[in-house]
Design a protein. Structure first.
Length: 180
């Protein structure tokens, strides 16, 4: 009987640790004001972070925000910016930010009635509005082209066929903070 109780207790703990919860966050309004509060997160549905944010301000007022109504938001070490995606605003996750920025977007893909979520990455030079679609197997070459005079930074990238977010962020941040 004790074993069954222990197993049930473990199961309940596992479920509760992966459920929807509120975490401290900020939201940047259309006017550029930063509001502090909390957002509702669901670790099992990362794709939702790109379409909307459920924000509760310090006064307890709760509201859903879509990317066309705010400039961005963030929580923990996750920061999102509202930008155009094929004529519609979406929240892009900021992986690295500066002279060269790297963004992540999760798309829903339907293949033979099966829904999958796919991560796409985009590069952007400061001042450019155009996003460059990252080709994971050619990422190092894309970085070298963007870094032109300082392409040696790109040689530190350690990814292969799939994009290595951590390595990409380290290389881009090193380039962005170099002394010119």
């Amino acid at each position: 009987m004790k074993n069954i109780f222990f197993i049930v207790l473990l199961f309940i703990c596992k479920i509760s640790s992966s459920q929807i919860s509120f975490v401290s966050a900020y939201l940047i309004t259309e006017k550029g004001d930063t509001l502090k509060g909390e957002i509702k997160i669901n670790p099992k549905k990362e794709q939702d972070y790109h379409n909307k944010v459920f924000f509760k301000d310090e006064q307890g007022i709760q509201k859903n925000y879509k990317p066309n109504k705010v400039k961005g938001y963030g929580f923990k070490n996750n920061n999102y910016i509202s930008m155009d995606c094929d004529g519609e605003k979406k929240f892009y996750k900021i992986i690295a930010n500066g002279e060269i920025s790297l963004y992540k977007m999760i798309f829903e893909e339907v293949n033979m009635n099966e829904v999958n979520y796919v991560a796409d990455y985009f590069l952007q030079r400061e001042g450019d509005k155009k996003l460059i679609d990252v080709k994971p197997n050619k990422f190092k070459k894309q970085l070298q082209e963007m870094m032109s005079g300082s392409a040696s930074f790109a040689s530190d990238y350690s990814g292969d066929k799939d994009l290595d977010e951590t390595s990409a962020a380290q290389v881009i941040n090193a380039y962005n903070t170099r002394s010119k």
